[in-house]
Design a protein around this ligand. Structure first.
Ligand code: AMP
Length: 215
């Protein structure tokens, strides 16, 4: 299946995308993860992205669309993919349609994860990320077995710069301003699947799997 995961930052798109992509052998394309890897590696893209990401603003559309078009052309996307965190603007959504048409691909569904704003703020400001493998934990909801240490790889856990409260609130405003209109855009195409993103990871995963069916 070829899917777009849409929803406010912190709704759990990334966690759900990782789980289901692994189960079904689909490519997981997270533009946020790609940008963070570029920042870590100190590439030209990373250097340009870092300050914008720390403010919670969006990377320019042209840059983002080029990165995604390149990634979608890779062989592992043929089986199916999840675009997680892209598109985030109407321009990106239109460009995505063009890119997919060139690749002779069509999107099956756009999954919209919806959740209350204050639940999101609590989730994001408590989030801890592993410096080595990128796994996510949460100070209260998913605490690591040993404080400050990743259960998966033993790496150091830290709070992302863009998970600080001020930045979180800005990211939510940016989402409302630039991205929320895409819910109607995909609903208009008739392929929007709404998933309630409040609850434990397993509960949301079960709702998602039920909504997508077995295909
Ligand atoms: P995420 O992990 O998806 O919340 O992304 C983290 C940050 O990366 C965002 O706050 C943006 O600064 C940037 N970013 C990720 N995806 C996009 C996108 N599709 N368009 C513009 N900026 C993006």
């Amino acid at each position: 299946m070829k899917l777009v995961f849409l929803g406010p930052p912190g709704a759990g798109k990334g966690t759900q995308a990782k789980l289901i992509a692994k189960q079904r052998s689909w490519a997981h394309i997270s533009t946020g993860d790609m940008l963070r890897a570029a920042v870590k590696a100190g590439t030209p893209l990373g250097l340009q992205a870092k300050t914008i990401m720390d403010r919670g603003e969006l990377i320019p559309d042209d840059l983002m669309c080029a990165v995604v078009a390149d990634r979608l052309g890779a062989a592992d996307c043929g089986q199916g993919f999840i675009l997680d965190g892209f598109p985030r603007t109407r321009v990106q959504a239109d460009r995505l349609d063009e890119t997919l048409a060139k690749l002779k691909m069509t999107l099956d569904r756009c999954v919209y994860f919806h959740i209350d704003t204050e639940v999101l703020v609590a989730r994001m400001t408590g989030r801890l990320t592993c410096r080595s493998c990128g796994a996510n934990f949460h100070v209260t909801a998913i605490p690591p077995k040993v404080a400050g240490i990743c259960d998966a790889c033993g790496g150091e856990l830290f709070q992302r710069d863009d998970d600080r409260e001020e930045t979180v609130r800005n990211r939510l405003q940016v989402y409302q301003r630039s991205t929320a209109e895409l819910i109607d855009f995909y609903a208009g195409k008739g392929n929007l699947l709404r998933v309630d993103a409040d609850g434990q990871v397993e509960e949301v995963a079960a709702r998602l799997a039920a909504g997508l069916g077995d295909s």
